[in-house]
Design a protein around this ligand. Structure first.
Ligand SMILES: Nc1ncnc2c1ncn2[C@@H]1O[C@H](COP(=O)(O)OP(=O)(O)O)[C@@H](O)[C@H]1O
Ligand SMILES: [Mg+2]
Length: 386
């Protein structure tokens, strides 16, 4: 009990929108303690922070106060001054990049990229970055690429990994809907703080255009947009960045290879033997772009009927055949489950809604397989971007 204890408790509260502590972000403007009563002023950056998040932040601060022995703590949530916002963006820049002291020997042992001060740089190209970028790819639409992206991200987050999600399927984005993203991005000076859903920072073209609106941008504009997604967004130095990769072999795929040179590709296919030829295309493309293909995911592998029997509705063997052709492992069989589609439609991924079900178990197996593969070690001078 006492001022330092209360201050420590409030500073340790995690901000619901920025996913860092109130203390790290400089949000505790004022704290007054008088015997058993206390009052705190906590500042949020702008009105776009949102009433909902403001309420949640207030609730968390009150709870921390009560735990520190101040059940009557009074909390006022207010707006930051321009100077406070300036300090906040500086803090975010620090927190969004690998620590500079990590120098040349990042834990992932990556050899390329330049060490730059935090700020206007793609954090995933920094040498010290330990983020594993996992690109989920497929040869065609409709095989479950986006469903697998969101459920894998949720599963990794549930295992305690700091996980972020990039929807790079700019023409067919579906991540905001599938994740149930309700808030917009928060723009602070040059920094875009992405919305958070199920504990995951999510960025998608869908944050900037309506779902009904077709994206008519051509290559160069999309290239610029994707670059901004990586450079201007506060990604928070995650353990994993899971990417819903653009389909096929177009400009966007090329941009991704340039901006995320360390992406490890997982190819999604369905079980029918013919499907592997289509899936093979995306693997060949990835390899031409020097992105390592790490494994295959077979989706819609089987359906379990009410009788408890497994039905292989789409045949069998497609995933294994593709994995064999690519010389990589088949990492998971994901069952066909109506709840998976429903979860995507409702914005609550099935792995969140039913964490003890069959699908969640399949995704946990997939996540564990990815973790045990370990990061890819690649050196690609020819794709270096300056
Ligand atoms: N394992 C599955 N079980 C049930 N429905 C699925 C499964 N995988 C995908 N779906 C559904 O199939 C449709 C296409 O999936 P989606 O993830 O959008 O594919 P893509 O991103 O490859 O186009 C969606 O309606 C999705 O909910
Ligand atoms: Mg999709």
């Amino acid at each position: 009990v006492g001022e330092p204890a209360l201050r420590g408790a409030i500073e340790a509260v995690e901000d619901p929108r920025m996913l860092h502590r109130v203390g790290e972000l400089g949000m505790l403007r004022e704290l007054k303690v008088k015997r058993r009563s206390a009052s705190a002023v906590v500042a949020v950056p702008t009105a776009h922070y949102g009433a909902e998040a403001g309420k949640e932040l207030g609730r968390r601060v009150l709870e921390a106060g009560a735990e520190a022995g101040y059940p009557d703590l009074e909390v006022e949530i207010t707006l930051m001054s321009d100077e406070e916002i300036g300090a906040l963006t500086a803090h975010l820049a620090e927190l969004g990049h690998p620590p500079r002291s990590a120098g040349g020997s990042g834990p992932s042992g990556l050899e390329r990229g330049t060490v730059q001060g935090p700020g206007r740089a793609n954090p995933f190209m920094e040498k010290a970055s330990a983020t594993r970028v996992i690109g989920i790819s497929s040869g065609k639409g409709g095989v479950g690429k986006s469903s697998i992206t969101v459920n894998l991200a949720v599963t990794l987050a549930g295992m305690g990994y700091n996980t972020a999600l990039l929807d790079a399927d700019v023409y067919g984005f579906s991540v905001p809907r599938m994740m149930g993203v309700t808030e917009g991005a928060l723009v602070l000076e040059q920094t875009v703080v992405p919305p958070v859903a199920h504990g995951i920072r999510c960025v998608s073209m869908g944050l900037f255009v309506d779902e009904e609106q077709a994206v008519v941008w051509r290559g160069p504009m999309l290239h610029k947009a994707l670059e901004q997604f990586l450079v201007d967004v506060h990604w928070g130095n995650p353990d994993f960045l899971v990417v819903d990769m653009p389909p096929g072999t177009g400009d966007v795929a090329l941009s991704m290879a340039q901006f995320l040179p360390r992406a490890e590709i997982l190819v999604v296919t369905t079980p029918q033997p013919a499907a592997q030829r289509v899936a093979m295309r995306s693997a060949v493309m990835a390899r031409q772009l020097k992105m390592p293909v790490r494994g295959v995911i077979e989706n819609m592998s089987y359906f379990v009927g009410d009788d408890g029997k497994k039905y292989e509705l789409f045949g069998r063997g497609g995933g294994q055949a593709l994995a064999d052709a690519l010389g990589v492992a088949l990492l998971a069989h994901i069952p066909l489950v109506p709840a998976l589609r429903e979860g995507g439609d409702e914005g609550v991924p099935v792995t969140v809604a039913d964490p003890s079900g069959d699908v969640a178990a399949a995704f946990r197996g997939l996540a564990e397989a990815i973790v045990s593969l370990g990061p890819a070690r690649v050196y690609r001078r020819e794709l270096s971007v300056t």
